[in-house]
Design a protein around this ligand. Structure first.
Ligand code: GAL
Length: 957
């Protein structure tokens, strides 16, 4: 046994590591013993790779004074910073780009674990044993009982070592030296935290003599005959048993029988077993056939539409170390929000996640652990994917993904990686994958000529470009023109947004060539933090970082759905329910690709002024995919007096399913009955001046300024025109995709520092008129703003007229009034709810009677920004006031001003003040997706134009 001291050359070696076994399928045995080596390990972190020699790997080494950490885990997320800190960059390498070299400062974690074999472990001369690492970032060297067994890179890929000959019944010493930086880091430049550590399971597997090695389940489905053909190729001969199908065949032999196919909507799995002389391995078989045909991706003979999301593995405490419950939670949340697809951006996930995708039904694009995005900074010079020296490493990564994951029916695409430019290495990967697995297609976004791929894939293409592609007007190479199109990333869910996804979905459904997309991304990668709530880039003092660009998910770090997920659920709902209320029918359309509607129950309800007065079940035929039916509604229930009425029809699960309970809502539609009666206030009262005060009906004003001070005893502060909103992440924008940075334009114009000039306070018999001009210093643009107040004695009406002056070249952030109330807690409104809605994120907002509280109206975007506006509001009650709008308005209410909201960088910066600030908006600018993508479509922009809108105030008794 020899110990080298400082030989760390392997760290910068571009070739795959040494000592590991060839990759193979990842499976759990029915009868072979295994030992999890997860748990508490000893850890010593050194600042460089060679600071310590490797004597710690020797038996008998005393690590008693080392720290203890949990494996799986990242050491920088344990020990309160004592072991180093996380670093977040989007695409910049946090070290000098000089491949394959890495910095001398290379945090290195020596991990040590002593273990005994369990009592039921077979005798050491029976069979062998394999030590498996499911994920280590970024490079590890391993010793067992003092013997160096090898080293490896490829952080999110499994590596196995044969160790049977080294095991002892007790006192086994497993030593793992993990380096944060390695040549592999150049291939792992994904937009995420850099988090070193043994972050997935470590397992010792007994391998019985005659046991299973590797196997490949081929399970095709012939949609014409309704038969499936199963063939399990196995390195070790044996038999394949599928009791439910009466299958008992030899490995390698095909067998064809009638089956129910697997799809994401109908994830039928057949339990089977692979039996060799020494082992039984459970199989979960899904029969499906994926082909490219007529320029379309077809599964089981039908084109599919991806309603997907990009999923990074994330947990706010444990980073990329996820437990099974968290993985299941992700899948259940996806299913419950109508998603049908996941792209495993940008690396193969923990294998258990794929089991869940098979079981619950999600189409998967399995992506290789490969991104070299930082080379874009040097025009892709020296890009490893175009350098033959790196090709073996790329092929190793491709093989480790495909071999590990090949038995999952949910995977329909292999993806070569993300944002790695173009090059021979990618072509080599694609060629190898195509030859190894003909039953799936190959994806890669970075080559718009589609040289190596079976689909034309893009990210963040605008609506106009998507439409052009749909119409096949986009040109491109001959090969590309014959391919289907997907957006592997769109709808950048950073902060408030993404806007415009309903408009995308229309295009996806309209053009056959467009087969859907994947929202960027699933979860905000916020890190739980004692002072900041959730930390993002820069919060750990990183030298280079990309701020909160790492928080761009449809769910918050604690997995609470953000409004973006509610919006997406509605936009992609698999049943369309439409009607106009006039002809007494509702049109129901099945938008599933495979399932009929028999699993759903339909319920109608009838609302009078937002309140449901009657409901009942609606019988809808079990329509097949693509079919529609016009279904008769009952006679509208009678009601008293004039009222706004409407129908709501909901599709819910008729029975419990694996992912949802009976009654879970899948889809809904609303359509109007009788239209709203707009408020009318007869101006029967007149303004009366008395010294410093003007009174009008229930209201009092400051006579000098014309400012409202109270309504019926409720004091009101600072009511005036408001055009500013705390810029959202999308308002901040980026210049590299859309070029739209509203916040810059708005601030340059001065919309955040508008001055209000008082021109006149005029009293007539029935009206108090206050004329003003609202404009920023240094600019000629302005808004002539007139407030007209009238009253019928008990109610107070305000009509605001706004006339833009000068040349306005940018849309307004918002247009409305704001006011402060001394107290407000409960909020009730008739309008859109329950969640927030902006012009291009309002699909999920449904008209009804809603209640909430000021605190609950806030959406906790990690970086504070405009949020929480409720749309289409007829009236709202809060703080002792009832406010009715003509026309409908949007409102928000918070315990801080919009200026304070804007100044905050974390939620913990927001401190409740004494006043509740309420915005009553006539309009807001759309949200868009320009934090990484296109801005709001013109029809969702709030152009500065003459406007008039009214509110009727009364005290809420
Ligand atoms: C894409 C990239 C993602 C992420 C996203 C922005 O270009 O593939 O990893 O960086 O932009 O959040």
């Amino acid at each position: 046994m020899s110990f080298r001291t400082t030989d760390v050359d392997y760290i910068e070696d571009v070739s795959p590591g040494s000592g590991a076994l060839p990759p193979r399928a990842w499976y759990a045995s029915s009868d072979a013993t295994s030992l999890s080596l997860n748990g508490s390990w000893r850890l010593r972190v050194s600042p460089t790779a060679d600071a310590e020699d490797d004597s710690f790997a020797e038996e008998g080494y005393d690590a008693g004074d080392w720290a203890e950490v949990t494996v799986p885990g990242h050491w920088v997320l344990q020990g309160d910073g004592a072991f180093g800190k996380p670093v977040y960059t989007n695409h910049l390498y946090p070290f000098p780009v000089d491949p394959p070299h890495v910095p001398t400062e290379n945090p290195t974690g020596d991990h040590l674990r002593v273990f005994d074999l369990p009592d039921d472990w077979p005798a050491l001369d029976e069979g062998g044993a394999v030590l498996r690492f499911d994920g280590v970032e970024s490079c590890a060297r391993v010793w067992l009982n003092g013997t160096d067994i090898g080293e490896f890179k490829g952080s999110r890929l499994a590596h196995e070592f044969a160790v049977g000959h080294l095991l002892k019944p007790s006192g086994n010493v497993l030593a793992v030296r993990v380096h944060q930086w390695s040549a592999g880091s150049y291939l792992e430049d994904q937009d995420q935290w850099w988090l070193p550590g043994i972050f997935r399971d470590v397992t010792l597997l007994h391998r019985p003599a005659g046991g299973v090695l590797d196997f490949f389940v081929h399970a095709d489905y012939d949609h014409v005959t309704g038969e499936g053909t199963l063939r399990v190729d196995s390195d070790v001969d044996g038999r394949v048993l599928v009791p439910a199908l009466d299958i008992d065949v030899a490995t390698g032999a095909p067998v064809t029988v009638p089956v129910e196919p697997w799809s994401a909507e109908t994830p039928k799995l057949y339990d089977g077993e692979l039996v060799t002389e020494g082992e039984r391995v459970p199989l979960r078989i899904g029969f499906r056939t994926v082909v490219l045909e007529d320029g379309l991706i077809k599964v089981n003979g039908r084109p599919i539409l991806f309603k997907g999301v990009n999923r990074h593995e994330w947990h706010p405490r444990t980073g990329r170390a996820l437990d099974l419950a968290t993985m299941r939670e992700d899948v259940l949340l996806m299913k419950r929000h109508n998603l049908n697809a996941v792209r495993t951006s940008h690396y193969p996930p923990h294998p258990a996640f794929l089991d869940l995708c098979d079981e619950y039904g999600l189409w998967v694009i399995d992506e290789c652990d490969l991104e070299t995005h930082g080379f874009t900074e040097q025009d892709w010079r020296d890009n490893p994917v175009d350098d033959d020296r790196w090709t073996p490493a790329l092929l190793d990564r491709a093989a480790r993904m495909v071999e590990r994951d090949k038995n999952h029916p949910s995977i329909v695409f292999w993806s070569l990686g993300n944002e790695a430019g173009t090059g021979r290495g990618l072509t080599a990967m694609a060629e190898w994958i195509h030859s190894r697995d003909t039953s799936r297609l190959v994806h890669y976004e970075g080559d718009w000529n589609c040289r190596d791929t079976d689909v034309y894939s893009r990210m963040y293409a605008s609506h106009a470009e998507v439409e052009a592609i749909g119409k096949e007007l986009d040109g491109g190479t001959l090969k590309r023109r014959g391919l289907p199109f997907i957006q592997c990333e769109y709808g950048h869910a950073m902060g408030n947004g993404p806007g415009g996804i309903a408009d995308y979905q229309e295009l996806f459904e309209k053009y056959d060539r467009i087969q859907g997309g994947f929202i960027w991304e699933w979860i905000d990668h916020g890190i739980e933090h004692a002072e900041l709530g959730y930390a993002y880039g820069g919060d750990f003092g990183e030298e280079l970082h990309d701020g909160n660009f790492v928080c761009d998910g449809l769910i918050f770090p604690d997995r609470t759905p953000s409004p973006g997920l509610a919006e997406y659920k509605k936009v992609i709902e698999p049943v369309r329910i439409e009607g106009d209320g006039a002809d007494g029918t509702v049109r129901v359309t099945n938008r599933y690709d495979f399932a009929d509607l028999s699993a759903l129950a339909f319920v109608w309800s009838y609302q009078v002024d937002g309140a449901t007065v009657e409901s009942g079940s609606l019988s809808v035929p079990a329509l097949k995919p693509g079919e529609s039916a016009d279904v008769k509604l009952p006679e509208p229930p009678a009601h008293q007096g004039p009222a706004e009425t409407g129908w709501t029809v909901r599709a819910t699960l008729a029975a419990d399913t694996a992912w949802g309970e009976r009654g879970h809502e899948v889809a809904w539609g609303q359509f109007p009955g009788a239209v709203r009666v707009l408020p009318s206030v007869a101006a029967t009262d007149g303004p009366v001046r008395d010294g410093r005060t003007i009174t009008l009906g229930p209201a009092a004003f400051d006579a000098r300024t014309g400012t409202l001070t109270s309504i019926g005893g409720v004091s009101v502060e600072g009511l005036r025109l408001d055009v500013w909103r705390a810029p959202t992440d999308n308002d901040e924008g980026t210049d590299w995709v859309s070029g739209v940075q509203y916040s810059v334009l708005w601030r340059t114009l001065g919309l955040h520092r508008m001055r209000h000039r008082l021109d006149a306070v005029e009293l007539t018999d029935d009206t108090l008129t206050v004329r003003t001009r609202v404009a920023p210093a240094a600019r000629e643009v302005g808004l002539a703003t007139v407030y007209r107040w009238t009253s019928d004695g008990s109610r107070l009406k305000l009509t605001v007229s706004v006339a833009p002056e000068g040349e306005w070249k940018v849309p307004l952030p918002r247009l409305g009034v704001r006011l402060g109330l001394a107290e407000a807690e409960a909020v009730t409104w008739f309008g859109g709810g329950p969640g927030e809605a902006y012009p291009d994120t309002r699909a999920a907002s449904r008209i009804g009677l809603w209640t909430s509280t000021v605190d609950d109206l806030q959406t906790p975007y990690l970086r504070p920004q405009e949020n929480g506006a409720r749309g289409d509001v007829r009236w709202a009650r809060l703080g002792g006031l009832r406010i009715e709008g003509d026309p409908e308005f949007a409102f928000s209410a918070r315990r801080w001003t919009n200026e304070q909201l804007e100044a905050a960088s974390h939620l913990t910066d927001l401190k409740a003040g004494d006043t509740v600030w309420v915005n009553l908006d006539h309009g807001q600018n759309g949200v868009g997706s320009q934090s990484c993508g296109p801005g709001p479509l013109p029809r969702h922009q709030l152009t500065a134009a003459p406007a008039e809108f009214s509110f009727v105030f009364s005290t809420d008794k």
